[in-house]
Design a protein around this ligand. Structure first.
Ligand code: TEU
Length: 544
């Protein structure tokens, strides 16, 4: 239980993103039995993936780690053109991952451990094999024709506008021979965009939210939420932007009214469900608009820090920007360094575990809701994916490698000799949950201590943030809430350096958490000596 009392759970929670294909496999026999009805033989690209039972079997690991909520990426029926983000039935479970009963069991067991569960909801588009789209493309007068975005264009040679799709080069339109019109897809042609200006779509998709909320889910991570409202004229973008994916440019005012409707659905449930939106716009200020007047999203991912390298100046300005902007609004920040769409931050920072350890202190010390990506607690780097093993059209396979749980080949997945759907991360025989859990100096235990320190401190959970004077290579800030105080010091430089801090009224600063481990300068539980080691980060608390 957090010390922060009456604050909504999602303000103090640390979320843990699970990409179900890559997390854990718990019931290979059950999967084989389900898939046998399809008559298909074992296929590594399809079957060497994780399942819902695998997640359920790892709940004790997550509770032990100390996270508060899991976000599960899509597990609904999907042809897997975009590995689940092309949904063919919003209200079921793909037999690859299990059944609705498996989901209900997972949810119940998570709740029994005090863990909340949110799930991905992909409202901007469906799979082209969703029955709605199958009907829509069958005829210009089909019942679901206007559930999607169809336009004439200029014959079959020129799309209706100059918008570009994501992931693969080309227009965000595909010409449909049967009905001689183009349909819009901001992503793959297998992901036709829904028409959210159609009340029938709003009602049907609100029903999807209710289906899962009725089952007890604690909220949703809303995919591509900025895509929902579109200018009905579908105007060209300026020529200089035409080659960039339009999905990252759409910022139409009509989305906000849609979000206010969806917020009413979510707020109608007792479990205090949260709606956290993926708003992939370039600035925090633009992202902040999607909170509305606290009547749209509860939270939105603040992506700009993911553009920083392991760099003090960039991280300091991100901290300043968020602190300034969120101080002006009734809105609560979020922080994330890795997810299933981007190279893992340890890889982005050059592969250094020391940097990944320091970044963990920053991520869990910042003011706002923190999101971890499965495997970052192990210090995983991206896997090397040889060309023949590459499957994602967006080139994101490296960060989606399966999580190694044990040191022996197969790494605890029980694939019975079959390969996993992607290559394993580097050094999986050494960098796996079991091996790291046996080493108190490991990054896994560092994450666990950081999560415990955060849970025990109202300052870290809810406190204001005030940047402190520090050398250029250091980001330091003070957190305070109701008399509880912490100082977070993050060193980005390659050398030991002095970081002078005003002493607290209690007399001195005690090192509560130190990222350095065996190589660190600071020792946990000891007095802070006014210096940090190379790329070392600390959480300090007042002491005698
Ligand atoms: O990602 C949205 C997305 O891919 C773009 O907004 C952005 O350009 C990209 O993240 C930059 O790296 C969501 C899901 O997270 C992603 O996995 C899906 O492929 C995509 O939507 C389509 O559903």
């Amino acid at each position: 239980m957090s010390v922060a009392g009456a604050a909504p759970w999602w303000k103090t929670a640390v979320f843990y993103q699970i990409y179900p294909r890559s997390f854990a496999l718990g019931d290979p026999a059950g999967r084989r039995a389900r898939l046998a009805t399809t008559g298909a033989a074992f296929d590594a690209a399809r079957d060497g993936v994780g399942d819902l039972e695998g997640i359920r079997q790892k709940l004790d690991h997550l509770a032990w780690l100390g996270i508060d909520a899991i976000w599960i990426s899509p597990f609904q029926p999907s042809p897997m053109a975009d590995f689940g983000y092309d949904v063919a039935d919003f209200c079921d479970v793909d037999p690859l991952f299990g059944t609705l009963a498996d989901f209900d069991r997972l949810l119940g067991d998570a709740h029994a451990r005090g863990l909340r569960v949110i799930m991905d909801w992909v409202p901007n588009h469906t799979s082209d094999r969703h029955p709605w789209f199958v009907d829509s493309r069958s005829s210009r007068t089909a019942e679901h024709r206007d559930w999607y975005i169809w336009r004439d264009g200029t014959g079959e040679a020129t799309p209706p506008n100059n918008w570009a799709r994501a992931f693969v080069e080309g227009p965000a339109w595909t010409f449909d021979e049967a009905t001689r019109q183009w349909y819009l897809h901001l992503f793959l042609a297998e992901q036709p965009d829904l028409n959210w200006s159609n009340p029938a779509v709003v009602e049907a998709m609100s029903g999807v939210l209710r289906f899962w909320l009725d089952r007890g889910v604690d909220g949703f991570r809303i995919d591509v939420v900025l895509g929902l409202g579109k200018d009905p004229a579908l105007p060209d973008v300026p020529a200089e932007l035409a080659s960039l994916p339009y999905c990252d440019q759409n910022d139409d005012p009509s989305t906000h009214a849609i979000l206010r409707q969806l917020r009413k659905v979510v707020d109608g449930y007792d479990q205090q469900p949260v709606a956290v939106g993926e708003v992939f716009l370039p600035t925090t200020e633009q992202i902040l608009a999607y909170y509305g007047d606290n009547d749209e999203l509860h939270l939105a991912f603040n992506f700009p820090p993911m553009e920083c390298g392991f760099d003090a100046s960039c991280m300091r300005s991100q901290t300043e920007e968020a602190t300034r902007l969120f101080a002006q609004r009734v809105a609560w920040p979020t922080w994330v360094l890795s997810n299933h769409d981007r190279p893992r931050h340890r890889t982005r920072y050059g592969g250094s575990e020391r940097r990944a350890r320091a970044a963990a202190v920053l991520l869990l010390g910042w003011r706002g809701t923190a999101f971890l990506y499965a495997g970052e607690e192990l210090g995983l780097e991206d896997a090397e994916i040889p060309r023949h093993a590459q499957v994602d059209p967006g080139g994101r396979d490296g960060c989606r490698a399966p999580i190694p749980w044990q040191p022996a080949p197969g790494y605890g997945w029980g694939l019975e000799g079959g390969p996993a759907w992607l290559p394993w991360p580097p050094r999986a025989d050494l960098v796996n949950a079991e091996t790291l859990s046996e080493d108190p100096s490991s990054i896994l235990h560092l994450y666990r201590r950081l999560l415990a320190a955060r849970r025990a401190s109202a300052a870290l959970q809810l406190g204001d943030l005030e940047l402190a004077a520090a050398p250029d290579s250091v980001v330091a800030f003070r957190r305070e809430w109701a008399g509880d105080v912490r100082v977070v010091v993050v060193g980005f430089g390659g050398d030991e350096c002095a970081v002078d801090l005003d002493p607290p009224p209690e007399g001195t600063w005690i090192v509560e958490v130190a990222s350095g481990g065996r190589d660190g300068l600071a020792s946990e539980g000891e007095r802070y000596l006014g210096r940090i080691g190379p790329e070392e980060a600390l959480i300090l608390k007042p002491g005698p």
